[in-house]
Design a protein around this ligand. Structure first.
Ligand code: ATP
Length: 307
């Protein structure tokens, strides 16, 4: 659905994006992560054909980013950091104006405006000027605008920023529901919890892609180097036994729980469990502690900073 080859964008002397290639299949949600100034928004703006790349090529649903940009813009939905709504007219009038670009029939237009304003809790305030809206209300209205023509491809730049927790949850649930309709989404976010709960794959970028993978792949390549064990009795009596297992580097027992640090967990963890069973330990729970996306991200970004 979304393909980009060797995208580069230079703004005067600033190299914002450097030779970036990516592919997103239909119905997938790709997360774009990266520090401030990494080029995420620039990438989205190029993919949405709002700005041209300095070099490289884009295809959206098979349409060429350069020659067929108007068809592309008609089929995508875009939520940017600066959505540019008209402040001196009402929310309803804004949506009515923007939906007129998509050739929606009058009835469908009215139906969708009502649907999305109700979905985002703005229906009762639809006749108020956008200039009087709060930041979060403007963000919800911008989302409604991105969705008004029910696009099959969505670019969402920080969709939950500025939203209260309840609204942010509602937007996340809505993004999950898009999967059932096979909508393809690229999502920029600094909220790593959000990325791990929504995205099929994440790209960590810093001008270029420095890592691209599904979360479970990232977790398996980083390897869980800690495990937690819960016993039906005191844990301490097995600490010295486990220290002798090849690969176990450290044990820390408290009450009936023990944390172990291991090298090469795929080999070591089964040996640990085997040893405990052989010595008649009564095990309640063994848990490989997978790293969160936040830990993985910080490690990857940290390594890149020192490269
Ligand atoms: P953030 O997480 O802070 O939103 P980002 O990853 O979205 O950052 P971009 O907004 O894409 O980063 O910016 C990448 C780089 O390109 C930055 O150095 C920025 O200053 C520069 N840049 C972006 N747009 C322009 C522009 N219109 N003119 C000049 N420089 C720009």
């Amino acid at each position: 659905m979304i393909e980009a080859w060797n995208l580069t964008k230079k703004f005067d002397h600033v190299l914002a994006v450097d030779n970036l290639s990516l592919t997103v299949g239909q119905g997938q949600i790709l997360g774009l992560l990266g520090p401030n100034g990494a080029g995420k928004t620039t990438t989205i703006r190029m993919l949405a054909t709002l700005i041209s790349p300095t070099s490289g090529r884009i295809a959206i649903n098979g349409l060429d980013g350069k020659k067929e940009s108007s068809q592309i813009r008609a089929m995508i939905g875009l939520l940017t950091e600066a959505p540019g709504m008209y402040e001196k007219i009402s929310a309803y009038a804004n949506l009515s104006y923007f939906s007129s670009f998509y050739g929606l029939k009058e009835q469908k237009k009215e139906k969708n405006i009502e649907k999305f304003l109700k979905m985002f809790g703005l229906w009762d305030r639809r006749q108020e000027l956008v200039g009087t809206y709060s930041k979060g209300m403007k963000q919800k209205l911008a989302l409604a605008r991105a969705l008004i023509h029910e696009p099959k491809i969505l670019f969402l730049d920080e969709p939950t920023s500025g939203l209260d927790p309840e609204s942010a949850r509602m937007v996340r649930d809505f993004i999950v529901s898009l999967k059932e309709e096979k909508t393809t989404v690229i999502l920029c976010t600094h909220n790593l919890h959000e990325a791990s709960s929504l995205c099929d794959r994440v790209c960590i970028i810093k001008k270029q892609i420095i890592k691209e993978a599904a979360l479970h792949q990232l977790q398996s390549t980083q390897q869980a180097t800690e495990a937690e064990i819960i016993f039906a009795h005191h844990a301490q009596k097995y600490a010295s036994l486990l220290k002798k297992v090849p690969g176990v580097q450290q044990t820390d027992a408290k009450g009936n729980r023990m944390r172990i640090s291991v090298k090469n967990p795929e080999k070591t963890n089964p040996l640990v469990v085997k040893k405990l069973v052989e010595h008649e330990a009564r095990l309640i729970y063994f848990h490989e502690m997978k790293q969160s996306l936040e830990e993985i991200y910080l490690k990857i970004i940290g390594k890149d900073n020192h490269a």
